[in-house]
Ligand binder design. Structure first.
Ligand code: NAD
Length: 480
């Protein structure tokens, strides 16, 4: 049994059993964890605030050196972490391995960024003046993270925030506290000074206490639109706060008639079923050009029956997806091609629901608009690219789109006319690399991207102009 503890100001707190982490495959209890108190939130924020002055006073390269050590620890612990991620999220081992690699790459990228040019020198109209754009840390950053990438997503937030000279309070998901605490132990071993990174376990109440705390200046949040929207509202009325929000989606793959069919099937199966459809970028919609609709659908359903899906994260999510499946099955305009079954025995397993419907008159049906976050996939036929783009854009979300085609004109039209943050050609609509910004538009993202994009969201860009002349000369002809 894993013993859950917070980490505040360089100290592990004492063990309290206030909530459990459950393996979604076996329903076995993995560990017990404390629900952080309001007092602990205050202590963690005070520690982070205090530690920030010395931390930002180090050179960027000195701060970067901690990530070299962290990379070595991540490599050493990889096998252990792969197992833990699979146990706590239900991910297949290969997906957990990819997550560990993604985490390592983010730490390596952060280390390498430390020695890269930082800031800009900007020419002034006045020859005697030097002007600079400098990047200053915002201060204390709150990282509020989801369960589905419990190791990689926090690293996307925490590592850039620390390198830029901020200190961090991290509140991981209450569904995956064990992996979070293992990651925290790696930061501790890497030697980050006391107070620079603090871990607070707990549910949304703890997150909410952090969001109301006036000493936290920015939030890196990844999670559902509903929670992100709450955070945005609270930040808006506090005046001095910013937030970057990575939220849900209704992502899609668009398959054109000229596509390589084998590649399209592979791309769609991966997009739909990795992590049982619980990736933010999972394709819950596949749009297929009418000429190849029957062939594609037949093959997609056949392949869907062969996929070995992992479990959903918890019983609540199983019930939520089952409720959407009931709506789909009872809908008069919808034809179910593969009926979802709730598998008996231990674990939160649900087989895929594949259905088809025409787009148009009935577009108000909520299962076509809302994020289901499970293996429920609609295949919608389209007549031409304009219609495909209209269907794709017909949700409040805009995270990821993939197009399968060999026609460069179609690729370009999708690129220019679909609302997305992440676009792919002849690929699944999943798969992130740390060196790219990761984020969406519309209700999928707000305030800046994560991963490579985080370096920009956790700093204020300020200008600094120095006069080297013996008199004061102003730009634009202004007299002093
Ligand atoms: P969630 O919104 O339920 O929880 C995310 C985090 O917010 C958790 O740590 C939770 O405890 C905390 N939280 C909950 N209520 C809060 C409140 N009132 N104030 C502050 N914090 C609060 O999301 P989840 O179920 O953990 O994750 C799934 C969601 O995350 C999906 O919608 C998915 O699409 C999204 N997601 C988005 C991305 C992306 O990059 N766009 C990546 C992964 C997941």
């Amino acid at each position: 049994m894993f013993i859950g503890m917070n980490y505040i100001n360089g100290l592990w707190t004492y063990f309290r059993s206030e909530f459990k982490s459950i393996n979604p495959r076996s329903e076995e209890v993995l560990g017990e964890f404390p629900q952080s108190t309001d007092q602990e939130v205050l202590e963690a924020v005070a520690a982070a605030k205090h530690a920030q002055k010395a931390w930002r006073g180090l050179s960027r390269i000195q701060r970067g050196e901690y990530f070299d050590k962290l990379c070595q620890i991540i490599k050493r612990d990889a096998t252990f972490l792969i197992k833990a991620i699979s146990e706590e999220t239900g991910k297949h081992e290969n997906e957990s391995l990819a997550e560990v690699n993604e985490t390592l790459h983010m730490a390596q990228f952060t280390f390498s960024k430390a020695r890269m040019p930082n800031g800009e020198v900007v020419p002034s109209e006045i020859a005697d003046k030097d002007s600079y754009i400098l990047r200053k840390p915002k201060g204390v950053i709150g990282a509020i993270t989801p369960w589905n990438f419990p190791y990689a997503i926090p690293t996307w937030c925490v590592a850039p925030a620390l390198l830029e000279g901020n200190t961090v309070i991290w509140k991981p998901s209450e569904n995956t506290p064990m992996v979070a605490q293992m990651a925290m132990a790696q930061y501790v071993e890497a030697g980050f000074p006391d107070g620079v990174i603090n871990l607070l376990h707990g549910n949304g109440h703890v997150g909410s206490e952090l969001v109301y705390n006036k000493d936290i200046k920015h939030y890196c949040f990844t999670g559902s639109y509903k929670t992100g929207q709450l955070i945005r509202q609270i930040c808006a009325v506090q005046g001095n706060k910013t937030c970057s929000l990575e939220m849900g989606s209704k992502s899609a793959v668009i398959v054109c008639a000229d596509a390589d069919m084998d590649m399209a099937i592979k791309a769609c199966i991966a997009s739909a079923y990795k992590l049982s459809g619980q990736r933010c970028v999972s394709a819950s919609r596949i749009l297929v050009e009418h000429q190849i609709f029957d062939e594609f659908t037949k093959r997609f359903v056949e392949e869907s029956q062969k996929v070995e899906l992992g479990p959903l994260i918890n019983r609540q999510q199983l019930e939520k997806v089952s409720e959407y499946n009931r709506l789909i099955e009872n809908d008069e305009y919808t034809q179910v091609l593969l009926k979802s079954e709730c598998l008996s025995g231990k674990g939160y397993f649900l087989s895929p629901c594949v259905y088809t419907t025409k787009w148009g008159i009935e577009e108000k049906r909520k299962f076509l608009k809302e994020e289901i976050f499970g293996p429920a996939i609609v295949i919608i036929p389209f007549d031409d690219l304009e219609e495909a783009i209209a269907i794709y854009n017909d949700t409040d979300y805009g995270l990821s789109v993939a197009v399968c085609t060999n026609d460069y004109r179609k690729m370009r039209q999708i690129r220019d006319e679909c609302d997305f943050g992440l676009g792919y050609v002849n690929l699944p609509c999943i798969g992130a690399e740390s060196f790219l910004p990761f984020g969406g538009v519309k209700n999928s993202g707000y305030g800046g991207s994560s991963a490579a994009g985080t370096f920009d969201t956790v700093v204020n860009k300020v200008t600094w102009t120095v006069n080297h002349g013996e008199d004061i000369k102003m730009a634009q002809g202004l007299q002093v």
